[in-house]
Design a protein around this ligand. Structure first.
Ligand SMILES: [Zn+2]
Length: 385
């Protein structure tokens, strides 16, 4: 049985313990301040003697400390432990912040927390509601921060499950419970580590809200993480504002205006492209000598299909015109035939393509397709005459 020093002192970072068992890189102690991953809260890191502890696992009766390398300690040795406080305090802020946020969502709207997840970047809690409005999110965020500013005490007590009343979440377990209370708003059975007062949670910031199955997933940041995120957001917005030569508060409207402007410019460019294709089509048409039946056959190659399609659309409007545009890589073809040419582009190209392992088709006026290789493309061209 490992004595869990963090149960009664969440701020203990240095301790002395006796090694009870060693197995490769796994070390057991008679007592520890290292928190193992459990109840959603992540494990601590730190050192035991001169070795780095890279994982801590809860085996119910005992706690395993996983060393970076094979442990050079033996059962019976006395060892000094040191817990990485920066990481632990961050976990305490997120974890206690989750108690507070869950309690607030329950108090204000009756939304129960059905599950929680703590990651290295952010934490989430899932509420038992499929719909959560922005107004409710803001109200809950505001209420949580009010309680942070009130710096209410957070206490730990051990109570018998049968006698423990007013818990936010029912507990099925019997026997002694470790109950964590935030004065006046929350009583929860929890084995995790918590800060001493709500003020130590620091700012509580709700970020993304997303529907998750029948519940709503709420992403949030507390304490130092919230501050780091605010700093990163500011730097990102400042860079955007700088490139727009504007103030940060003007950025959303300016970006929206620029997006609208870009869309207009693209429409305009497409129209001009079509106009240009008409002139180029006429030029190519005039420079092509008609055959005995008056058909003008215009061929072209390009590096992509887009300009060929634009040209085909313009040329097909000219009398007795046939157009063949090709791309070598990946091998493709655009085939167009004017209404008075006597040819159906779709039918002719489809037949030529399917005879050569290609795919495609189109209308009687314009068709396009692809073939597996350049040799097949050559055969398609030959069969189209
Ligand atoms: Zn807790």
């Amino acid at each position: 049985m490992t004595e869990r020093l963090y149960y009664t002192d969440a701020r203990l970072t240095e301790f002395t313990a006796r090694v009870t068992e060693v197995s490769g890189d796994r070390v057991y102690l008679d007592r520890t301040a290292f928190y193992p991953t459990s109840g959603g809260q992540l494990f601590d890191v730190g050192t035991l003697g001169d070795a780095r502890v890279i994982d801590v696992i809860d085996e119910k009766e005992r706690i395993v400390h996983v060393f970076e390398k094979a442990a050079r300690v033996a059962a019976g040795d006395e060892i000094k432990g040191r817990v990485d406080w920066t990481r632990r305090f961050d976990h305490m802020q997120q974890h206690t912040g989750q108690h507070l946020l869950s309690a607030v969502f329950d108090e204000l709207f009756g939304h129960k927390t059905v599950s929680v997840h703590f990651g290295d970047e952010s934490a989430t809690l899932d509420l038992d509601t499929a719909i959560l409005s922005k107004e409710r999110v803001q109200k809950a965020e505001r209420r949580a921060n009010e309680i942070v500013f009130e710096n209410r005490p957070i206490t730990v007590a051990f109570e018998d499950a049968a006698a423990a009343k007013g818990l936010r979440k029912e507990v099925e377990r019997t026997g002694e419970l470790r109950i964590v209370s935030i004065d006046g708003i929350d009583r929860s059975a929890c084995g995790g580590t918590h800060v001493r007062g709500t003020g130590e949670i620091g700012p509580v910031v709700v970020r993304r809200i997303e529907k998750y199955k029948q519940s709503t997933r709420v992403e949030f940041l507390c304490g130092w993480r919230a501050l780091a995120r605010a700093r990163a957001d500011f730097e990102a917005l400042s860079a955007m504002a700088g490139s727009l030569t504007a103030a940060i508060d003007e950025v959303p409207a300016l970006v929206a205006a620029q997006a609208a402007h870009l869309k207009e410019a693209e429409t305009d460019a497409r129209k001009r492209g079509e106009e240009l294709a008409k002139y180029q089509a006429r030029e190519r048409y005039d420079a092509t000598v008609p055959d005995a039946e008056g058909i003008r056959r215009i061929t072209e190659t390009a590096t992509s299909m887009d300009p060929l399609r634009a040209m085909a659309q313009a040329i097909v409007l000219l009398p007795k015109a046939i157009y063949v545009g090709t791309v070598a890589s990946p091998p493709g073809i655009v085939f167009a035939a004017a209404a008075d040419s006597g040819a159906s582009a779709g039918e002719l190209l489809k037949a030529a393509l399917s005879a050569n392992g290609g795919r495609g088709g189109g209308s009687p006026r314009i068709a396009q397709g692809t073939v597996p290789d350049v040799a097949a493309l050559q055969r398609v061209l030959t069969s189209l005459g």
